[in-house]
Design a protein around this ligand. Structure first.
Ligand SMILES: [Zn+2]
Length: 431
């Protein structure tokens, strides 16, 4: 078996500057220049999107190179100097971590990867595990980055099923508005989908391949093969030069962050899949947010479709009590109650919509008028009075269908699988 070293890297960026993918790309470039052969695309590994310490998308990076144990010190020195050169170390909350795991050590860290997708791990716990396994690590400042670095280094390769080609800006452009031709993004999207995804939000008319932060990233095209990611990037017209670009292998769009749970089991800051029946009619609150409560045999939970989720709300507001659903989303505490912020909704079974209606007149066939609560009905035309009649139940057509619905592209999380690629991906899920 080929001996490889997996280098994990996290938390080198801040809200104001840098991007850990850039630091990883710089390290890869340096290692290649020194003669180390990469054995895979660099990995862009998304972790629990509810992590309170995250900068933006909670991404960590890992590089895999062919190396011998005697070369470890040299590689460590290169990684440390790259972090010192590029990480935004002056920013509060930028606490980088580096992990150096050999091929025979990554399995021992694998549990950290699966847990970091759904939990918030302690720094000490990760360090202890590394010490037990003899995995070398380096922390800077508070060192919180060691958690993501270990998780990325230990990622299950089978869960890394998509790619992203990221183009970087020349340093003189950092912080300035990005120049991208919107029409070329739409054109590219139409020519490459469904093999690329989440390029453009047609509902909000918004380009989704460019970030809005002052980081070095110009644009990133997500795809299910490296060739499609690269092709998408090349088809896009930019109004500024690309410094360089890198194709990353990622765990994005795999639905890996969802934990199946019953309602009594859900906790804040975790993303779940919860099955339940709609308990009460949906309500719309100021701001256009739609709320609906579901229940299972263990309790009740409010689902929220917030305004940024777009037309998705038009589905949620048409639910009625008795509908059976699967709700996907992050659970948060709101006014001391738990709310699940919807990312996807599967309507498993629609209840019959029965509407109470006035009975029809036996003589003329017209709808009768109520004579008051429980006082029967009369026909205005024939004058017939029937105190014995009660309302009839009529089944009305539902305006929604069973199926899976998702929020608009701009409201989607990196880890959430778009419906457009579901059939193209092999189903990756642990457990
Ligand atoms: Zn009548």
């Amino acid at each position: 078996m080929l001996r490889f070293l997996r280098i994990g890297l996290d938390d080198t960026d801040s809200k104001k500057a840098m991007c850990t993918t850039y630091v990883a790309a710089k390290l890869l470039e340096r290692l290649q220049r020194e003669g180390y052969k990469p054995l895979d695309y660099p990995w862009l590994v998304r972790l629990n999107p509810n992590c309170p310490y995250k900068t933006r998308g909670n991404a960590a990076l890992a590089l895999t190179v062919e190396a011998k144990p005697a070369e470890l010190d040299r590689i460590v020195d290169a990684a440390v100097s790259i972090v010192k050169e590029w990480a935004d170390l002056g920013a509060e909350g930028t606490d980088p971590g580096l992990i150096f795991a050999w091929n025979n050590q990554v399995e021992g860290l694998r549990e950290i990867y699966w847990r970091a997708l759904t939990e918030i791990l302690e720094i000490d716990e990760v360090k202890e595990r590394c010490d037990e396994l003899g995995v070398h690590y380096i922390t800077f400042k508070e060192g919180r980055g060691v958690v993501g670095a270990a998780a990325a280094a230990a990622a299950d390769p089978d869960s890394l099923a998509t790619y992203e080609a990221i183009a970087y800006r020349v340093p003189s452009k950092w912080g300035l508005e990005r120049g991208v031709e919107e029409s070329s993004v739409i054109e590219m999207d139409k020519k490459t989908r469904p093999y690329t995804f989440d390029n453009y939000d047609y509902e909000k008319k918004e380009v989704r391949i460019t970030p809005h932060t002052p980081c070095p990233v110009l644009a990133g095209v997500r795809a299910i093969t490296p060739a499609h990611a690269e092709e998408g990037l090349k088809m896009t017209r930019f109004l500024e030069p690309i410094d360089f670009y890198v194709v990353f292998r990622t765990n994005q769009a795999g639905d890996l962050h969802y934990v199946p749970a019953r309602i009594c089991e859900v906790r804040p800051n975790t993303s779940y899949i919860v099955k339940g029946r709609v308990y009460s009619k949906p309500t719309t609150i100021p701001g256009g947010h739609v709320l609906v409560t579901i229940e299972d045999e263990t309790g009740r939970l409010t689902l929220a479709a917030y305004e940024p989720t777009g037309q998705f709300r038009r589905i949620v507001e048409k639910l009625i009590p008795g509908d059976e659903v699967l709700a996907y989303g992050a659970v948060k505490i709101k006014d001391s109650d738990l709310t699940l912020n919807l990312e996807k909704l599967a309507i498993l079974k629609l209840a019959a919509l029965m509407v109470r209606t006035a009975p029809k007149c036996e003589l003329c066939g017209r709808k009768m008028k109520s004579m008051g609560r429980e006082k029967g009905y009369r026909c205005k035309r024939c004058g017939v009075r029937r105190p014995d009649l009660t309302p009839a139940l009529e089944q009305h057509e539902r305006k929604i269908s069973e199926g899976v619905y998702e929020v608009c592209v701009s409201a989607r999380r990196h880890l959430t699988m778009p419906l457009t690629i579901k059939s193209l991906l092999r189903h990756h899920k642990h457990g």
